[in-house]
Design a binder for this molecule. Structure first.
Ligand code: ADP
Length: 387
């Protein structure tokens, strides 16, 4: 038999694991460069190798004979991306991915495009931070431009001394602290030939910088605001030449007719705020990402049933060292509509171990069922205080 279409992916976490599920249905071979043989993706992917994304040898072997190279995280060094681009189609391309890798580059570029963002400054030292704080008012949100995720590399600073230990590794991004009313995410996929398909904008709740709950379509914002969020997402995708899934995280500020959006950050890959699409949308973000990076026709991003909401709740840490042992309790607690997705990861406090989605006509009912299901998987009400 000749080789099937092969998508090479860098990263072996839950995102590549869920790409694998979609690859199976499409008959595509997913080949993953994973951190560990028995990690979240390693457990379910046959065609895998263990290696570092920064190793050219590892990436060269990964792309040998592949149709496309894509990612489940942004932490791939630019020289490796550039070298890979000479041999294989890299989607999203390095020229787009750089804006998801570097928050300073992203702020500069979005600012130049006129996309509304929080007030920000590149700060090279404490004096510059003090000056920015005096201009926009404290507290500030200080971020490391590269390598951050899930709130790592993000701090609310009430004084420059709060980030005294952060200097010495290059410039920092300082932002005005935004008193947002809620957060939303615009999610879409774009193909190399420029076709775009958006999903309904979702409202999101982050706890401690980590995505905790997502509702789609968004609740608590005006339809005009959702339209604007979608428009901003699509503009960013076209202008930056993003391919595959793009998630744009945004803050919603102001009330009523004054409600507005400020862009927080970009992710160019399937994203936690889009996990609900597996069970709630016509096309899941994982299937759509594969279709998009291969420049195949895209599927619909609409709700499977437009009269419903999808609510996703993350399982962050667990009292049990094996959440699958709690499946009976969890499925009972979540009810017949609860869809459990566990990632096969070793339990650690606060770690993303899985998620539950419930689709229901009433978002409050869906939320209650999803929370009850997650609570059973977690073995108790909350794990954030666990050792
Ligand atoms: P990460 O790259 O770790 O996801 P983010 O830049 O998205 O970091 O920040 C994580 C969370 O911190 C956001 O979802 C938001 O809740 C909060 N946050 C980030 N920037 C600001 C800001 N300028 N004002 C208020 N809260 C912020």
């Amino acid at each position: 038999m000749s080789t099937p279409v092969t998508v090479a992916v860098i990263g072996g976490g839950q995102l590549a694991r869920m790409m694998q599920e979609s690859a199976i249905a499409l008959g595509i071979n997913l080949r993953a460069l994973v951190e560990a043989e028995d990690g979240s993706t390693g457990q379910v992917t046959v065609d895998k190798s263990v290696g570092e994304p920064g190793s050219w040898e590892a990436v060269a072997a990964l792309i040998e004979g592949a149709d496309v190279l894509t990612f489940e995280h942004e932490h791939v060094p630019d020289p490796v991306l550039r070298q890979a681009s000479r041999r294989v189609s890299v989607q999203p391309p390095a020229d787009a991915l750089c804006y998801a890798q570097d928050k300073l580059a992203m702020r500069e570029r979005l600012g130049a495009m006129g996309v509304p963002c929080p007030a920000w400054a590149r700060v090279d030292d404490e004096a510059a931070l003090e000056e920015f704080g005096a201009r926009v008012g404290w507290p500030l949100v200080v971020k490391t431009p590269r390598g951050g995720y899930d709130g790592h590399g993000v701090a609310v600073a009430h004084a420059s001394s709060d980030v005294a230990s952060w200097w010495g590794h290059g410039p920092l991004l300082a932002e005005a602290w935004v008193p947002f009313r809620c957060e939303v995410a615009a999610l879409l996929a774009r193909t190399p030939s420029g076709r775009i398909e958006s999903w309904p904008v979702a409202s999101t709740v982050q706890r401690g910088g980590v995505c905790s709950e997502v509702t789609a379509p968004a609740v608590g914002i005006r339809p005009e605001t959702a339209c604007e969020a979608r428009r901003i997402g699509e503009t960013i995708a076209s202008e930056l030449g993003v391919t595959g899934v793009l998630a744009v995280e945004m803050f919603v500020v102001g009330e009523g007719a004054d409600e507005r959006i400020l862009v927080n950050e970009l992710a160019m890959r399937p994203h936690n705020t889009g996990h609900w699409t597996i069970d709630g949308a016509v096309t899941s973000q994982f299937e759509q990402h594969l279709r998009a990076v291969l420049d195949l026709p895209l599927g619909s991003g609409e709700m499977r049933d437009p009269a419903t909401h999808a609510v996703m709740v993350n399982l962050l840490g667990s009292r049990s060292d094996q959440p699958t042992r709690a499946l009976a309790d969890a499925l009972r607690a979540g009810g017949e509509r609860a869809k459990v997705h566990l990632y096969g990861k070793e339990v650690r406090p606060g770690r993303k171990l899985g998620h539950v989605t419930v689709v229901d006509a009433d978002p409050a009912t869906a939320l209650a069922c999803a929370r009850a299901c997650v609570e059973a998987l977690r073995g108790g009400p909350d794990s954030t205080d666990l050792p």
